[in-house]
Design a binder for this molecule. Sequence first.
Ligand code: ADP
Ligand code: MG
Length: 497
Amino acid sequence: MGKVAVAFAAAAVVAACSVAAVMVRRRVKSRRKWRSVVEILKELEEGCDTPVGRLRQVVDAMAVEMHAGLASEGGSKLKMLLTFVHELPKGTEKGTYYALHLGGTYFRILRVHLGGERSYLDVQDVERHPIPSHLMNSTSEVLFNFLAFSLERFIEKEGDGSSSQGVKRELAFTFSFPVKHSSISSGVLIKWTKGFEISEMVGRDIAECLQVALNTRGLDMHVAALVNDTVGALSLGYYHDPDTVVAVVFGTGSNACYLERTDAIIKSQGLLTTSGSMVVNMEWGNFWSSHLPRTSYDIDLDAESSNSNDMGFEKMIAGMYLGDIVRRVILRMSQESDIFGPSSSLLSEPYVLRTNLVSAMHEDDTPELQEVARILKDLGVSEVPLKVRKLVVKVCDVVTRRAGRLAAAGIAGILKKIGRDGSGGITSGRSRSETQMQRRTVVAVEGGLYMNYTMFREYMEEALVEILGEEVSQYVVVKAMEDGSSIGSALLVASSQ
Ligand code: ADP
Ligand code: MG
C-alpha cells in the first residue's frame, strides 16, 4: 500500500471512530435524558403514594375536622354548613316542579313530574349547556339575566299543558358554591370556587338575585328552594332508597353532604327540627390535612390559581384540576429532556389539558395508543414514540389513582363520623351495637368525573373496600345518581310544599 493509500485508510478509520463516538455519546445522552424522565415519574409516584395506612390517617383527620366544624363557627377548614333541609323526599310527592342548576362547567334546566308514587318520577326536558366562560367573571346582573333568559326560553318551548294556567311554577335553584343559609330558600354566597370570580356577589342572597331577575323578565316562577348540588343528589338518593344518608359530587369541583343529628350540631344549639336531623353541607373541597400526599405540582397549581390557599382537597380530587396536574408533570418532563420533541408552548398554558382528555388517554386501549398520540398532537407534541406515550398514560394513572383513593378516604371519614364505618364512630358514648355496625348505608354519588371516568370510579371503590374491610363494605352501597343534583332539588321543593 502506498503512503497516500495508508493515509486515506487511517483517515477513514478515524472518521468512522468519531461517528461511532458521536452515536455512542448521543445514545448515552438520550439514555440519561430518559433516565431523568423516569426519575420524574418515580418522584411523582412516591409523592402521590396512598398506602392504606395513610388513607386511614386521612379518614381520621376528616372525622376530626367534621367534629371541629360542627363545634364552632370557623372551628375547621370544613365549614359544615346548615342547609335547613331536615326532611328528605319520601316518594309520595305530587305535581310539576322545575330545577335550574348552576354547576362549575354546565348549567342545566329540567322539569319533573311526580305522580305520588316513587315509581312515578317523570324527568322531562333536560337541558344541559356549558356555562359561557365570560359569565364566570362578569357581573351578577349579567349572570342572573342570562339564567332568567335561559329559563324563559325553556318555558316557551313547553307550550301548554306542563303547568296549569295561572299557577306559579315552583323552581329549585341548585347552586354548587358555598352558601350560608338562613332558611331553605335563602342564603348568601360565602365565596366563589372553581374559577368563578364575581366579587360583588359575595355576601348577597343568591335566591333573591335569581327571583329579581325572573320578576324583571316577567316570569311567573317562584324560587322555592336554594339547594347545594350535593343536597340535591342526597334527595334523589333518599327518594329511591331511604338508607341514603351521604351524598358526594365529583364533577368540576367536589363536595359532600350528609344527614346529621341536630344535637351534634353544637354550634347551633337549640336548633329544632321535626325529624331531629338536618342535612349538613360539608364543603369538603376545603378540607386539609398534613396527611394528604402533596407534590410540587399541587403546590404550584395552588399558587397560580385564582383561589390559592383554598380548596386544597378539591384541587387534588376534582375534575377541574386533575388534567392540570397531569399537564404540569408532562411539561416538566418535556423541559428536562427532549423526549417530547421541541418544547410546545401550548403545554405551558394552564388548564389546556382537560380531565376528559386525561381519561381518554388513560383508557386508550388501542395497541399503539393512537388516542394518546392524537391528544398529545393537539397539545403541540407530535410523533412521540410508543414508550413515551406509555409514560404519559402512567402519569394519568398515578394522578387519578391518588384522586380516587383520597376521595374514598373522604367518604370513609364521613362514615366514621356517623358511626357507619364499623368502628362505632369517634364520639365517646356512641353505642357499638352489632345492629349499628351493620346498618345498611347508601352513599349517593354524582358528577361528570365519577360518571364518565371509569378508572377514577374503580380506584375509589376499590380503596373504599380496602379502608373499610370486606365485611363492613358489604353494608355500604355506592349508588350513581345521574343528574341527581338537579332532579333531587326539584324533589326537595316538592316535599317542602
Ligand atoms: P358540573 O361540575 O358543571 O356540575 P359535571 O358534574 O358534569 O358538571 O362535571 C363536569 C366535569 O366532569 C368536567 O369539567 C370534567 O372535569 C369532568 N368530566 C366530564 N367528562 C369526563 C370524562 N369523560 N372523563 C373525566 N372527567 C370528565
Ligand atoms: Mg355538578
